[in-house]
Design a protein around this ligand. Structure first.
Ligand SMILES: [Mn+2]
Length: 219
């Protein structure tokens, strides 16, 4: 394998920070860029983020935000576009929608024994068989072993605390002030749109590179 694998956490429309991070990393054509989903909404320019992802031939994983936009696009009768996503919805062009359609749930790099996903996995089932509802949404696991959002069950532990690997999992979706690094996983969502950091994780060296958000874009 030539070049590096570069994973980036939830960008959420923060195109300036995305550009700055790519410059800091000195991305080359040899490198493989993997975006962990939620490229869109919250920040100032979702369309620019998607365009840049396309130009850089990034492999992007499906986040809950892309999933919702696609659902609204496909089923306008049942799924209404939310006010918070209308700007994104109306700005995306057909090539952008195609790019969203191409996003997969997981990406595996066998040589590194590593899997990339937006939200995470339930440790009780084979990761390859888990549904979009689980892998794009999971944050914590409740007492009954069900996937939940953190705010639905503040006492419950993050899914990653139950994950004993292999594989090593690189994911986003649960924003924190810093990366959340355990033996078999790392969360790269450092809340850029909320004025935090945008984080890249470089493999195989496992180095972290971050840029600070220019401002808080989302409450
Ligand atoms: Mn998310």
């Amino acid at each position: 394998m030539n070049g590096r694998i570069i994973a980036i956490g939830d960008i959420h429309g923060c195109h300036q920070e995305f550009i700055e991070l790519l410059q800091l990393i000195k991305l080359t054509d040899e490198d493989r860029l993997i975006l962990l989903g939620d490229l869109v909404n919250r920040g100032p320019d979702s369309r620019k983020v998607v365009q840049l992802a396309r130009e850089r031939k990034a492999i992007s994983l499906l986040g809950n935000h892309e999933r919702r936009l696609l659902a609204a696009k496909h089923n306008p009768e049942q799924i209404k576009v939310r006010d918070s996503e209308r700007g994104t919805f109306e700005s995306l062009q057909s090539e952008d929608w195609q790019y969203l359609e191409s996003m997969s749930l997981t990406h595996e790099i066998e040589e590194l024994n590593t899997v990339f996903v937006h939200g995470g996995f339930l440790p009780s089932q084979p990761w390859q068989e888990q549904t979009a509802d689980i892998v794009t949404e999971i944050q914590v696991i409740d007492r009954e072993g069900k996937p939940r959002k953190r705010r639905e069950d503040p006492e419950a532990l993050p899914w990653a605390n139950h994950w004993t690997g292999p594989p090593y999992v690189v994911y986003g979706h649960t924003p924190r002030e810093e990366v959340y690094k355990l033996k078999w996983s790392i969360c790269l969502d450092t809340a850029c749109a909320m004025g935090g950091l945008l984080t890249a994780f470089i493999l195989p060296e496992r180095r972290i590179v971050q840029v600070k958000a220019k401002k808080r874009y989302y409450p």
